[in-house]
Design a protein. Structure first.
Length: 301
């Protein structure tokens, strides 16, 4: 498999510097323009400030890239015609020579093959709620990829647009370690808590890095999920989020949205229904994940 590295990431690999992978679906389908390009740049800055090198992953004109130039980030943010690309889409997107944004699943896939062990994102995909009129069997490929790709994914849990207890059950069945960072509860993206207890908690960065290092040392076939709750100052109340989500979900069902379009649609609806508040939260938690991932990458390097 051919991966084209940016000079910066190639140099970092050669020098043995810590590297943090970043996804591109969050840029192309997670935020409106120009907020998305601002976030993409800030994610890179936050990681560099911790002494690590950011490697944003995407497919540009059919080429799998690890580390993007400024004009490539701008294209992903502003084009409006970038395919959301999970692992199963990689053959078509690369063969057709088109431009694709990678999800948690496909970013992890590329990161592992690029020799990168730590990846920062906002939230992972999971098991969708089986509500009337909605897809009854929509389980994100992010979970499958976590089970078979050796990368530590730092995320603020998963959104409560998903069935969080079912998501936790699938992660257990797939033998994916799930570690709370400074929490013993699964964070629900916009909210710091979900009422779901985690199987493991790391209360310090050293504890976290020991667990992650042990995981790689054991040679387990899976990745691991590091759950870093949204910063307190940015968190939303559970009731407010639940209200927004049921409205967004009802809209999606009424509009007949299915499959891969579901998560981007709901993100957009939440942003609109909350007058941009959910995007502010999403922005804050993504940067916070970048920071934790960079510290972790340095410690396990
Ligand atoms: N959750 C977010 N923001 C996102 C996504 C999820 O808060 O941008 C994106 C990620 O790229 C994730 C993907 O991997 O959506 C999951 O899509 P699906 O549910 O179709 O697998
Ligand atoms: Mn899906």
């Amino acid at each position: 498999m051919k991966i084209e590295f940016s000079k910066k990431v190639a140099d970092a690999k050669a020098a043995g510097q810590p590297i943090v992978a970043l996804e591109s679906t969050i840029i192309s389908h997670g935020f409106p323009y120009p907020e998305n390009i601002a976030l993409a740049r800030e994610m890179e800055q936050v990681i560099e400030a911790e002494g690590a090198i950011p490697a944003t992953i995407a497919i540009i004109n059919g080429v799998i890239k690890c580390g993007l130039e400024e004009d490539e980030l701008e294209l992903l943010a502003s084009s409006g015609d970038v395919k959301k690309c999970s692992v199963r889409d990689l053959p078509m997107v690369t063969a057709a020579g088109i431009t694709g944004a990678t999800t948690v699943a496909s970013t992890s896939f590329v990161a592992e093959r690029a020799g990168i062990k730590v990846f920062a994102t906002g939230g992972i995909g999971g098991v969708h709620r089986a509500e009337e009129g909605a897809d009854g069997f929509d389980i994100s490929a992010d979970l499958l990829e976590l089970s078979r790709t050796k990368v530590a994914v730092v995320a603020a849990g998963a959104k409560s647009i998903l069935d969080l207890p079912a998501t936790m059950e699938v992660l257990e069945s797939y033998s994916v370690p799930v570690i709370g960072f400074e929490t013993d509860e699964f964070p629900a993206f916009h909210c710091r808590t979900s009422g779901l207890k985690l199987p493991a908690a790391a209360m310090t960065m050293n504890e976290l890095s020991s667990m992650v290092a042990a995981h790689f040392d054991l040679g387990l076939p899976s990745g691991l999920l590091v759950c870093n709750p949204v910063p307190e100052t940015a968190a939303m109340g559970e009731e407010e989020v639940e209200n927004l989500i049921s409205r967004a979900q009802a809209e999606a069902v009424a509009a007949g949205v299915k499959g891969a379009a579901m998560t981007p649609y709901i993100l957009g609806a939440l942003n609109r229904l909350s007058d941009g508040k959910t995007s502010v939260v999403n922005h804050a938690l993504a940067l916070n994940n970048g920071k934790v991932a960079a510290k972790l990458a340095a410690l396990i390097n």
